[in-house]
Design a protein around this ligand. Structure first.
Ligand SMILES: Nc1nc2c(ncn2[C@@H]2O[C@H](COP(=O)(O)OP(=O)(O)OP(=O)(O)O)[C@@H](O)[C@H]2O)c(=O)[nH]1
Ligand SMILES: [Mg+2]
Length: 383
């Protein structure tokens, strides 16, 4: 029988025709919008779907791989919501690449039992869906945002729809600036988190920002007695900036260091990184930090960590009762959307994000705008 084509006024209707004719497990190969033209001068725009019956489709493993390759290669990342006929070569290329993305997405939907009907009925959202999933936002979150949005009322224009969906997706994100308020006494902030996520570098960036730009009196304390050279690393940064820096290897040391720095405005405390699976060292750090009433802890996590490890680390480090997240290494991954899911799993505000190794440039106070820009490249979200 081979590839067969089905035309209808919407993709959903064309897919229904495919299923009625070839069965519910038919494989969709491509979709395209057929604009008004020579053969269809007075009619409305139509959609054409090409499909194969399940018996003639390639094995599922090959299809999964083809879809994964296409999604990762960015084929599905072009401008969502574009249904107008192309006016120039550039627009035509964008439209073509969007159609490729939509075709691959539909292949996935066909294999995996499909997305909600909402998405099939509004094909312009497929591009948005692909872009958000590629940015690391979980597919489930995007689907439920689109579902929520479509149930809430009639969609406005495509750009407005994308904005509303983004607003829904970003709901778990709350931001804070721990050093914004003029505190009456000194502020103590300890940075805890897994090994190598960028705690010391983040402290150096913050120390520079707070002392040089905000003109605060800043001090540094290192409670990292575990790694050789850890105290020296912090002391080097302190020396460059002309800031006091004290080591503290025990609960008692920390109490003394805190007392010595009590006249400063902000004291940043560096801790030893360790695996969240290392119970013994988690307890040691708790013993050193615990009981110092005024110390607020902040959880530093690398965005370049997979979703499950991120969640587990956050859950384990929750014993330090952190009051904010610092997400580092956004420059090392495209899957930055994981921070949205993380912000919902353990509900904490995000205070800072970091985007590189440069001290002090590569740190940004977390705001919805900066997060949107980092996640999707535009201040307004997906355009
Ligand atoms: N690409 C990138 N690298 C970063 C970022 N922040 C820190 N790093 C690098 O990550 C490496 C580890 O940074 P540290 O600040 O020593 O990490 P740490 O969490 O203090 O490490 P431990 O104390 O050993 O647990 C260094 O090479 C930093 O330059 C960032 O935002 N992006
Ligand atoms: Mg360190």
């Amino acid at each position: 029988m081979g590839v067969r084509n089905y035309k209808a006024k919407s993709i959903a209707e064309a897919v229904r025709k495919v299923k009625a004719d070839l069965g519910s497990d038919a494989m969709i190969l491509s979709t395209r919008q057929v604009p008004k033209g020579f053969k269809n001068p007075y009619g409305s725009d139509m959609f054409e779907v090409s499909a194969l019956s399940a018996q003639e489709a390639p094995p599922a493993g090959e299809r999964d791989q083809a879809f994964a390759d296409a999604l990762l290669s960015g084929a599905a990342s072009s401008r969502p919501g574009s249904q107008a006929p192309a006016a120039s070569e550039v627009c035509w290329q964008a439209l073509q690449s969007e159609l490729v993305g939509i075709r691959e997405l539909l292949a996935l939907l066909n294999i995996g039992g499909g997305l909600p009907d909402t998405i099939l009925q509004h094909p312009q959202w497929l591009g948005l869906y692909a872009r958000l999933v590629r940015a690391g936002v979980s597919g489930q979150r995007v689907r439920s945002a689109i579902q929520h949005f479509s149930e809430a009322g009639a969609p406005p224009d495509a750009a407005g729809a994308a904005q509303q969906i983004m607003t829904e997706i970003l709901k778990p994100i709350v931001t804070c600036d721990p050093f914004a308020a003029a505190a009456s006494g000194p502020q103590f902030a300890a940075f805890v988190g897994p090994t190598g996520v960028g705690k010391t570098t983040t402290i150096a960036k913050l120390a520079a920002e707070l002392s040089l730009k905000a003109k605060k009196r800043v001090g540094l304390i290192s409670v990292d007695s575990f790694r050789i050279g850890a105290v020296e690393q912090l002391k080097t940064y302190a020396a460059i900036m002309g800031l006091p820096c004290l080591p503290a290897f025990s609960h008692q040391d920390l109490r003394l260091a805190v007392e010595k720095m009590a006249r400063l405005d902000i004291i940043l405390i560096d801790t030893a990184g360790h695996s969240h699976l290392d119970e013994e060292r988690m307890q040691q750090l708790q013993a050193v930090l615990g009981g110092h009433g005024p110390i607020a802890s902040h959880l530093v996590l690398s965005t370049a960590t997979n979703r499950l490890d991120l969640q587990e680390a956050a859950t384990r480090f929750a014993v330090f009762s952190p009051c904010s997240y610092v997400f580092t290494k956004l420059d090392e991954t495209r899957q930055r959307g994981v921070i949205i899911d993380q912000a919902e799993t353990l509900r904490l505000p995000i205070s800072f994000i970091t985007t590189g190794q440069k001290v002090p440039e590569d740190i940004h106070p977390a705001t919805r705008q900066t997060i949107l820009r980092q996640l999707f490249g535009t201040p307004g979200g997906v355009s």
